[in-house]
Design a protein around this ligand. Structure first.
Ligand code: HEM
Length: 228
């Protein structure tokens, strides 16, 4: 329980401040890149542009839930508060990714996403590959979220619980594949970037790779337990 507030609720003033930060950055970025510099009409903000911000925020939150406490040293002297933030970030990442998936399906058409479709209307290989990575990424997140339920640790035991939690890393890997496939061609054309701002897919790719690289480094440099 958090000693400052006497509560283990996930929505608290400090988690709201983290939300403002981790959601505010992608939202500002999307608005500046697409509306201010890209000239996208404001009528497309509610679904099309908001969905870009939501998808990037999802990656930020999932990444944060794995980095907080390991690389990002916050609340070192308040472990309960840190645990609440880790859980909050993980569940927020999952919810935002689910909202993004639903919004993307509503928008799914050659008019919104010409890169993902043939002119005749069917999805092309880029579209199909990218979407399968997205759906599998969401599935991994769902497993992680389910294993986070309060009674799951006792129900499945420590080993399976840890394995469930690690599915979040696969979800990041698949999310990186999801944006790589759809965005790669635009990553090497900086001349076409509105306001010289890199595409959200590239920002998300880097953001997804950071926790994975930290984890890899952690595994490679970890000293083997004595006796093993
Ligand atoms: C049902 C699952 C999913 C579907 C159908 C889906 C669909 C899409 C579509 C259609 C786009 C193109 C959006 C655009 O260019 O505006 C996109 C982009 C993106 N998706 Fe997903 N996605 C799914 C899951 C996920 C998950 C789980 C994540 C993250 C954990 C994610 C992160 C992103 C990111 C960061 C972008 C880049 C946005 C941009 O370039 O503007 N997606 N997704």
């Amino acid at each position: 329980m958090n000693e400052e507030t006497g509560s283990d609720r996930l929505i608290q003033s400090f988690t709201i401040r983290w939300f403002v930060l981790l959601f505010g950055i992608p939202l500002t970025y999307a608005v500046v890149r697409y509306h201010v510099f890209g000239g996208v009409e404001w009528s497309h903000f509610p679904l099309y542009i908001a969905n870009k911000a939501i998808s990037l925020a999802a990656v930020f939150f999932i990444g944060a839930s794995y980095l907080i406490g390991k690389t990002v040293r916050v609340y070192d002297d308040e472990p309960d508060k840190r645990l609440i933030l880790i859980k909050f970030s993980g569940l927020m990442g999952f919810s935002l990714a689910a909202i993004h998936g639903a919004m993307a399906l509503l928008l799914s058409s050659p008019d919104y996403y010409p890169k993902l479709f043939h002119e005749a209307g069917k999805m092309n290989l880029t579209g199909e590959l990218s979407m399968v990575f997205g759906v599998l990424s969401l599935w991994c997140l769902a497993i992680t979220a389910i294993t986070s339920l309060p009674f799951m640790y006792e129900a499945v035991g420590a080993e399976r619980w840890k394995r469930g939690q690690r599915m979040g890393y696969f979800s990041l890997l698949l999310a990186a594949g999801h944006v790589l496939v759809m965005g790669l061609s635009g990553w090497f054309e900086p001349g076409g970037w509105p306001g010289s701002l890199p595409p959200i897919s590239l920002v998300a790719f880097i953001a997804a790779l950071i926790p994975l690289l930290v984890r890899l480094l952690w595994t490679v440099t970890a000293k083997p337990a004595s006796g093993s």
